[in-house]
Design a protein around this ligand. Structure first.
Ligand code: FE2
Length: 380
């Protein structure tokens, strides 16, 4: 007679199984008031290529969406046709903003089940969406504010981007050079006072992320304002989400300003990588993209602080590009001013030369630059 041996849990040095293997960023969907005009900004100013479209002409009676691509980055800009939709409400509350940080997976049903089982709030049950080129499976869960993560499974789809989209490259603005943007580096969320650890726990327990870095108000404070931040990273290491919350300071922090004008938690900035930040930034500036400016004194002791770098410091100073070093190398970065009238969402341009961190050494100079902008806005 067989005897069943009791199941013994043996201690293992192996890493726990990643229950949510994320292949990569899929796309970022922004809800905006006038996607048609925003698509021009992303093409003319930011160097994206209009490649896809969904709207009335394709049988979509609810919304118009424009797909813009540069390198591996995909943005979808979406505008509602009618006032009684969730999209219209989202725009009313938040202004233009990031609705969906969509992630590519091999199994969107498993991604949904595994995260919902661990406490994620569903936003979309696993759904098969098809056209003549095959099908995708899409599911989604909620994260901070009104932001969601869609899980996109594409292995059975041969068509263009997603079912419902048509190739719109003929409508693209012709003769626009790309600005050298290559991929999404990280996406930062701003959450309410006291909520950072809630969302850190969410990414850890619900999505299997680990904490990469942590900054407190000693690292990130100026004379007036402070904030705290923790960086969460997916099991595959591909996806990084820093989460910020305001900390008590003498004046209103940039996070408070964001929360006031976004009317809640949401995506603060989208960091995009380049392999030549000097070229990318000078191209973006030439086209009218506005960047934050640090005082020229920042460059006086730059090499003493970060050591030898390949770039010409005068060239960096000319464009206001910031540099920081960690144990693995160094990085160059620059932050845009808010990309809309509400002082909310902005872009970061980043070039990594080995460094895996986020520019801690620049926080002070950067936040003082933001404070000067806040002072002009009367929101400090
Ligand atoms: Fe960043």
């Amino acid at each position: 007679m067989d005897t069943l041996s009791p199941k013994v849990k043996t201690a293992s040095k192996e890493k726990p199984v990643d229950f949510l293997p994320l292949k990569n960023w899929d796309h970022i969907e922004l809800y905006c008031g006038n996607a048609k005009q925003s698509a021009f900004y992303y093409q003319y100013a930011m160097g994206f290529k209009l490649t896809g479209y969904s709207g009335l002409e394709t049988g979509n009676r609810e919304r118009a969406s424009y797909l813009l691509e540069q390198g591996k980055i995909r943005f979808v800009l979406t505008t509602p046709y009618h006032p009684d939709s969730f999209i219209a409400e989202h725009i009313k509350q938040h202004g233009d903003g990031v609705r969906d940080i969509a992630l590519e997976v091999d199994d969107a049903e498993s991604a949904f089940n595994e995260t919902v089982k661990r406490g994620a709030v569903p936003a979309l049950e696993p759904t098969k969406i098809e056209d003549e080129s095959g099908f995708i499976i899409r599911s989604a869960i909620k994260t901070y504010g009104d932001t969601i993560h869609s899980f996109i499974q594409r292995n059975n789809y041969k068509g263009f981007f997603l079912p419902g989209f048509i190739d719109a490259s003929a409508k693209a603005v012709q003769g626009i050079k790309d600005a050298g943007l290559r991929s999404i580096d990280h996406m930062v969320g701003n959450v309410e006072l006291g909520k950072m650890n809630f969302w850190v726990k969410f990414y850890a327990e619900t999505m299997g992320f680990s904490q990469l870095l942590s900054f407190d108000d000693k690292d990130i404070s100026t004379e007036y304002t402070a904030l705290m931040s923790k960086v969460m990273q997916s099991g595959t290491g591909k996806i990084k989400f820093p989460i910020n919350e305001p900390a008590a300071g003498k004046k209103k922090s940039q996070i408070d300003e964001y929360l006031e004008f976004y009317h809640g938690a949401g995506c603060q900035h989208i960091a995009m990588s380049t392999t030549n930040i000097v070229e990318t930034v000078s191209e973006l500036k030439r086209r009218g993209v506005e960047f934050l400016r640090v005082p020229t004194t920042y460059y006086q002791k730059l090499e003493a602080r970060v050591g030898k770098i390949d770039e010409d410091v005068d060239e960096l100073a000319k464009h206001g590009i910031l540099v920081d070093r960690d144990d693995d190398g160094y990085l160059l970065q620059l932050f845009s001013k808010p990309i809309e009238d509400r002082p909310t969402v902005f872009f970061e341009i980043i070039q990594r030369k080995g460094a895996k961190s986020f520019g801690k050494g620049n926080f002070k100079a950067l936040f003082e630059a933001i404070e000067r902008e806040q002072a002009v806005r009367g929101t400090l």
